[in-house]
Ligand binder design. Structure first.
Ligand SMILES: C[S@@+](CC[C@H](N)C(=O)[O-])C[C@H]1O[C@@H](n2cnc3c(N)ncnc32)[C@H](O)[C@@H]1O
Length: 193
């Protein structure tokens, strides 16, 4: 069976993340992606996670403690737009993941927003290792979602082909605005950091 955007996001991450890498979970939520990334980076790697909701960071902290993986994660109860303040510019990031939208079974009013999502994407791109990937799972069926989708889509579509490969993946015959995925991969060029 073809994979959903969410499942395929993990394949795209697993293909590039190596033990020892630093990676970012830009929308921690219930911590499913954080846990997955923590397994990929191994004991010497680091997962930096962001979420504006305390409940998300609490749930994910517990999830990581249960799996004995909290040592390799730094979770921030802050918006991903603060990446420039919290992640050194020199630190190479090998992968990042965003799940846009709201936290399931929680406050549906707290949603990711176009401007802060774009700020975070740009901050990560400045640190992205050659061959590194940013995977964005775009949910846009909720109020406010379409506006964010349009901005993120336009940003991704206009990235220079000389520097980035940009992939779009999703089902095109499903009802109710199914989520789809964008993956921004930094090309390995001569001028790479
Ligand atoms: C779709 S959920 C993430 C699901 C998560 N990846 C998981 O595995 O459960 C989106 C999350 O983004 C969070 N969020 C909203 N605005 C944010 C921001 N500016 N920075 C970081 N997280 C934000 C919400 O609080 C919510 O938990």
């Amino acid at each position: 069976m073809l994979k959903s955007a969410l499942h395929y996001s993990h394949d795209l991450l697993a293909q590039v993340v190596q033990p020892g890498n630093w990676v970012i979970d830009a929308t921690v939520g219930n911590g499913h992606d954080t846990l997955f990334l923590a397994e990929l980076v191994g004991k010497t790697g680091r997962v930096i996670g962001f979420d504006v909701q305390k409940i998300a960071i609490q749930r994910t902290t517990e999830r990581l403690e249960d799996a004995n993986l909290s040592q390799r994660c730094a979770l921030h109860t802050k918006g991903h737009e603060t990446i420039d303040e919290l992640v050194p510019f020199e630190q190479l990031i090998h992968a990042a993941v965003f799940n846009l939208g709201y936290l399931p079974n929680s406050d549906k009013e707290v949603i990711t927003q176009a401007q802060t999502t774009l700020t975070a994407l740009k901050a990560i791109m400045k640190r992205l290792a050659p061959g590194g990937r940013i995977v964005v799972v775009v949910y846009y069926g909720h109020p406010g979602g379409l506006e964010e989708k349009n901005h993120v889509q336009q940003f991704a579509e206009t990235l220079p082909q000389s520097d980035y490969n940009v992939l779009q993946y999703g089902f095109i015959n499903q009802k109710n605005n199914p989520p789809y995925l964008l993956c921004i991969e930094k090309k390995r060029t001569k001028n790479a950091r």
